[in-house]
Write a protein that binds this ligand. Structure first.
Ligand code: ATP
Ligand code: SF4
Length: 330
C-alpha cells in the first residue's frame, strides 16, 4: 500500500521584518514527510530550523511572515484555515515540542490540570473522569508514575518535565509531531533515555516526526531521512544510511559530518566548519555557502545551483550538475 503524505512543503519561504531589512530565514524549501516516518532537520544555529518548525504549525512570531509557498498537513493547507479550524487542527493533527519545552509548562498548574486543559478544550463531550484516565495512560506511556499528576512542574526533574511535554504533544494522537531540539538542555544519560522513549512511542503510535537538531549523530541514529539546512535552504535531503559515505554528500553536509566530535585514545577533537553562517538579510551571491566552501569555484560566486537528483539524494550544488546530466542521460 502506498504511504500517505503527512506533511507537504512546497517552495516555502519565511521572512522576519527587522530594522536591518527582511531576514530570509527560510528560503524556498520543499519536502514531503510520509506517514509513520522520522525525518531529521539539521543545520548550524541560525539556519532557519525553528522558524520552519513554527511556520508548519502556524505559530510564527509577530514579525514573521510566510512570503511564499504552501504548507499542507494531512492534505490540508495550514494557511487556508479559519482561526477556529486551525485551533482544532493544531494538537489533534499536528503538534510541536518547542525548544526548552520543559520550561514551558505552566508553573502554577499541576501536571494533571495541564493534561485536562488539552483534552477538555478539544473534546467538548469528554468528562473529567475520562480525561483523567487518558492522562494516567499517557504518564504510563512516557514512564512516569501517574501519582506525579498531582505534582507541580518544579517538583519534577528536567527529564521528567520533558517527558510530560512530549506526552502532552502526543495526547490527541496527532499525525505529525515537530520536535525542536527536545533533549538539548538535558544531560547525556537523560537525553539517551528520552530518545529511546521517543523511538519506542513512535513505533507504537506510528505518527511522523520532524526532528530538529544540530547534532548529526543523534539525528542520523533516529531518522530515516535527513534534510540539511544552510542559510534557510535545504542544500541536501538524504537517507541517513548513506551518511557514512562522506564524499557522496553536499560540501556543507561533509563539513557537518567532519564537525562530529572524534573520540581518540586520550582526547576529543572537534573540527568545526571554518567561517561563520551568512547574514540572512544580505545573502552572499550565487551559492550562499561559497565563502566557506573548500570546493567553491567562480561559478559558485554568481550562480545559484539547482537541485540535482543523485541516486536517492537531492543536492543543491554545482559539483553535482555533471552527475545529474549523467543520471538524465542513462
Ligand atoms: P537555533 O539552532 O539556534 O535554534 P535555528 O536554525 O533554529 O537556530 P532560527 O531560530 O529559525 O534558526 O533563526 C533563523 C534566523 O532568523 C536567524 O538569523 C535568527 O537570527 C533570525 N530570527 C529569528 N527570530 C527572529 C525575529 N523575531 N526577528 C528577526 N530575526 C529573527
Ligand atoms: Fe560549494 Fe559551489 Fe557546491 Fe556551493 S555550489 S556547495 S560553493 S561547490
Amino acid at each position: 500500500m502506498e504511504k500517505q503524505p503527512v506533511l507537504e512543503l512546497k517552495n516555502v519561504s519565511v521572512g522576519y521584518d527587522s530594522p536591518a531589512g527582511m531576514v530570509q530565514a527560510v528560503n524556498d524549501v520543499s519536502l514531503t514527510i510520509y506517514e509513520n516516518s522520522i525525518v531529521g532537520l539539521i543545520g548550524e544555529s541560525g539556519s532557519g530550523k525553528s522558524t520552519l518548525g513554527n511556520a508548519i504549525i502556524h505559530l510564527l512570531k509577530n514579525n514573521a511572515v510566510l512570503t511564499n509557498g504552501t504548507i499542507k498537513v494531512m492534505g490540508k493547507d495550514v494557511y487556508g484555515m479559519g482561526k477556529e479550524e486551525l485551533r482544532k487542527f493544531r494538537w489533534s493533527q499536528m503538534s510541536m515540542v518547542f525548544q526548552s519545552a520543559m520550561n514551558a509548562l505552566n508553573p502554577v498548574l499541576t501536571i494533571e490540570a495541564q493534561f485536562l486543559d488539552v483534552f477538555l478544550s478539544h473534546h467538548k463531550n469528554m468528562s473529567k473522569k475520562e480525561a483523567r484516565a487518558k492522562a494516567i495512560e499517557l504518564m504510563e506511556i512516557v514512564s512516569i508514575d501517574p501519582t506525579h499528576l498531582k505534582s507541580y512542574p518544579h517538583e519534577l526533574s528536567g527529564g521528567m518535565r520533558q517527558r510530560v511535554v512530549i506526552a502532552i504533544a502526543i495526547a490527541l494522537d496527532p499525525k505529525l509531531v515537530i520536535m525542536d531540539e527536545p533533549t538539548t538542555a538535558l544531560d547525556v544519560v537523560v537525553q539517551r533515555s528520552i530518545l529511546d522513549k521517543i523511538k519506542e512511542i513512535q513505533k507504537v503510535k506510528k505518527f511522523s516526526i520532524l526532528f530538529i537538531s544540530h547534532d548529526f549523530s543523534l539525528v542520523s541514529e533516529l531518522a530515516q531521512q535527513v534534510a540539511i539546512m544552510y542559510a534557510g535552504r535545504f542544500v541536501e535531503i538524504t537517507d541517513s544510511e548513506s551518511l557514512s559515505q562522506l564524499d557522496k554528500h553536499h560540501p556543507y553536509t561533509q563539513g557537518l559530518i567532519n564537525a562530529i566530535p572524534q573520540l581518540t585514545a586520550d582526547e576529543v577533537t572537534i573540527e568545526g566548519i571554518p567561517g561563520n553562517p551568512p547574514d540572512l538579510v544580505e545573502l552572499p551571491s550565487g551559492c550562499a555557502y561559497h565563502p566557506r566552501c573548500p570546493f567553491a569555484n567562480e561559478r559558485c560566486e554568481t550562480e545559484l545551483p539547482v537541485i540535482s537528483k543523485v541516486e536517492d539524494r537531492s543536492i543543491e550544488c554545482h559539483l553535482y550538475d555533471k552527475e545529474r546530466e549523467e543520471v538524465f542521460k542513462s
